[in-house]
Design a binder for this molecule. Structure first.
Ligand SMILES: *Cc1c(COP(=O)(O)O)cnc(C)c1O
Length: 293
């Protein structure tokens, strides 16, 4: 699939100008880094598979992007998740509703059976079935991330930047780690949104040796994954006021960690926008529900 390089725009925060690679603008159906991670799958002939199976959370950005991909390729998409709350059944919202509209077939299992179910999915070897690990944490993500790295390299050379730090948040760490691998001349900075630092390292080591130029920042505070938090909301608003919207789960957390370190980072910073804006509406509903907004 051909598409032009995503654009780079400046954002000024607390007196510092940071470049933002607008991967969130590539395609409204494919949230930011999911487009990059799934890129290789767009070029597979549609008749190579009949179905794709994956698993994860019921509002996952990856789930939505995979659902859009399968709709385009004509593949059946079966997605396994833990049993959902009744209200979500009655009225699917956000990414879940959008993915169901794309034809996703949902398979719910009791929380206690989830790990076994996932193990079963992982070991599926049907020749007509593509197994994609949660969040697209797969070696085939490398192809799309290398393409992203190439765009960054071209931009850096054109801008004549000596020292560049590339920043992007981590869920599975697939994006940040392949980016570090493909850009040995830069430092790649990330922060774990889901796991702690050791878990993130272990997850990356399933795919590759931990790249030496990957720096994992830890926020001074602990945040629970995808949980409303007044401090994250305040950063989200600061970013919106500065001109670019980021997602409330990964983006707000990455900026939280980055802003705390800003004075220690010499050289230019390129923040790779990882998308996820489709999930902001349901997150803001939860903020409202908790009286934080
Ligand atoms: C999925 C996602 C991430 C995490 O990407 P990984 O490659 O799994 O680390 C970061 N930001 C957003 C907005 C995402 O949707």
């Amino acid at each position: 699939m051909r598409f032009p390089p995503s654009t780079v725009e400046p954002i000024t925060l607390r007196g510092r100008t940071i470049h933002v690679k607008r991967d969130d603008l590539i395609d409204p159906r494919y949230s930011g880094n999911k487009f990059r991670k799934l890129h290789a799958l767009f070029d597979i002939p549609a008749d190579a598979y009949r179905r794709l199976i994956s698993w994860g959370g019921n509002q996952s950005n990856a789930m939505l992007s995979i659902a859009a991909l399968c709709a385009e390729q004509g593949w059946r998409f079966e997605y396994t998740t833990k049993r959902m709350p009744e209200r979500l059944h009655a009225k699917p919202a956000g990414n879940l509703a959008a993915a169901l509209d794309f034809g996703m077939v949902l398979n719910e299992v009791a929380a206690g059976d989830y790990e076994d179910a996932v193990a079963g999915l992982r070991s599926n070897s049907d020749s007509d079935t593509l197994v994609l690990a949660q969040g697209g944490a797969d070696a085939l993500a490398r192809i799309g991330i290398e393409r992203l790295a190439g765009e960054i390299r071209d931009w850096r050379e054109a801008a004549g930047i000596e020292r560049l730090h590339v920043v992007t948040p981590a869920g599975t760490g697939t994006t940040a780690a392949y980016l570090a691998l493909s850009l040995p001349e830069c430092r790649v900075i990330t922060t774990p949104a889901v796991a702690d630092t050791d878990d993130l390292k272990r997850q990356i080591e399933r795919l590759m040796q931990l790249p030496a130029n990957l720096q994992i920042l830890r926020s001074a505070r602990r945040f629970r994954f995808a949980t409303p938090d007044a401090e994250l909301l305040s950063i989200h608003r600061e970013l919106c006021a500065a001109g670019i919207e980021f997602d409330l789960i990964y983006g707000a957390l990455m900026w939280h960690a980055l802003l705390a370190e800003l004075d220690c980072i010499e050289g230019e910073i390129l923040y790779v926008h990882s998308g996820g804006l489709a999930g902001n509406a349901t997150m803001l509903d939860r903020y409202r529900h908790q009286g934080l907004f």
